[in-house]
Unconditional design. Sequence first.
Length: 207
Amino acid sequence: MSVHLLLSAGRGPQECAWALARLLRRLEADATRQDVETRRVESVPGERPDTYRSVLIHISGACAEAFAASWTGTLCWQAPSPYRTTTSRKNWYVIAQPCQVDIPRTTFTEADVDVVACRTGGPGGQHRNKASTAVRATHRPSGIVVVVDTERQFSLNRRIAMRLLRQRVEDGDEATERAAVTGRWRIHDELVRGNPIRVERLEKSPS
């Protein structure tokens, strides 16, 4: 079982990128305690050292989904700003959301296609009307259907239909991948400040 979790500082100030780095360490430490494995897949650094605008984490293990759910939502890092001594603000927010990364590609094989001979109207004269030379091809896994009647021979129409189906299946995979990337970018704008599901604080050194 595995989940991808995206942590983002959104459009917040540089303190949010600082907070993300600290929250990430807490998440990884929590994962170790719960026997869950984490791996940083992608990261976008912040303007200052040891800060992140976003980090994509791969979480795996028997309890991966439950663990990811416990860290999903608005997270708050509570500590004074390390950059601005004049601000009294101590709450810095980060969003964490599961996202789809591994998009399975469709393997096109002709064995997955149902081909039916049919008649169609249009140009071609009486031969077109009497002979079932047109092809209706259905790709069962995706449900994509094409009808080809451009040629007078069934075999040629079948070949064209297979080529069209293959192209449409590949185009569909590419569209799915683009939608997944767009969804990940949209997470950066979904940060809601307030009502965090977790509040983590800077641990004070013992006196």
